[in-house]
Design a binder for this molecule. Structure first.
Ligand code: SF4
Ligand code: F3S
Ligand code: FES
Length: 249
């Protein structure tokens, strides 16, 4: 048969203390890591805390780390690993643990709240608003984000540096900055906020965020770099500089 005993190490604990627990779980080849954790929960560890909803890679809830790499538990196949290998599952490292594999991701919601929303320009003479399809499509890739926060967990600027969090919105929100900036009817200028409040300058384009994105969004190339260029334009735009100098802006 294709069933086997999977050796798993799973982090168990809470905000105060914890440790890796060793388990052996009956699994089948076609299963994913979340299946194995659910069987562990059903047979040996009834109080194991895991966050999940869709089991289809769409809700963004089951984010954790597998052998130290940020992954969705429901999209990581057991067949990616040698059956003899021990699979280690730990909570996302960049966020405070609540219990077991569940972390407190409220940092991300705080960053979302700080982001200036859409500001619509004036209507056309007939009272309508019009967008060209080609302009609508520009931001389409960014709207695939499932808010799993794996990119946020990966980024070295905050991963082991809680002290950078107040000054850094993170890749998921640079994506949102870029998306709103490309909205065809939006007239708000977000360049100062992206630089000052969101700290886009702290990103040094390591692209680790892009590598872990389960939606395959080109976060760095398509959102962060264009946003960085827009911010730099503002800084070096001679008219803005002159405006600042003579106190008109
Ligand atoms: Fe997850 Fe990708 Fe969205 Fe980041 S950009 S939160 S990795 S889906
Ligand atoms: Fe971090 Fe991505 Fe930039 S991992 S440093 S936000 S390219
Ligand atoms: Fe929804 Fe994994 S359970 S993304």
């Amino acid at each position: 048969s294709t069933g086997y005993q999977l050796k798993m190490r799973v982090w168990r604990g809470d905000a105060d203390s914890g440790a890796l627990g060793d388990y052996a779980v009956e699994v089948s080849e076609g299963e994913v890591v979340l299946d194995a954790l659910h069987r562990l929960q059903a047979t040996q560890a009834g109080d194991l805390a895991i966050r999940w909803n869709c089991k289809a890679g769409k809700c963004g809830s089951c984010s954790a780390e597998i052998n130290g790499k940020p992954r969705l538990l429901c999209m990581t196949r057991l067949s990616d690993f040698d059956p003899a290998e021990t699979i280690t599952v730990t909570p996302m490292r960049a966020f405070p643990v609540i219990r077991d594999l569940v972390t407190d991701v409220s940092y991300n919601y705080e960053k979302a709240r700080e982001l200036p929303g859409v500001e619509l320009g004036p209507r056309d003479a007939d009272g309508k608003r019009r967008m060209m399809q080609v302009d609508v499509e520009r931001g389409q890739e960014f709207r695939k984000c499932i808010e799993c926060f794996l990119c946020q967990d990966t980024c070295h600027v905050v991963r082991d540096h809680d002290d950078n969090k107040p000054a850094f919105a993170g890749p998921r929100f640079f994506l949102r900055y870029a998306e709103l900036d490309m909205h065809p009817l939006d007239i708000r200028d977000r360049r100062d906020t992206a630089r000052d409040a969101a700290g886009i300058g702290l990103c040094n384009i390591t692209k680790c965020c892009t590598e872990v994105c389960p939606e395959g969004i080109k976060i760095t190339d398509n959102a962060i770099i264009p946003m960085k260029e827009r911010v730099a334009d503002r800084k070096h735009d001679p008219l803005v500089w002159l405006g600042n100098k003579i106190g008109l802006r």
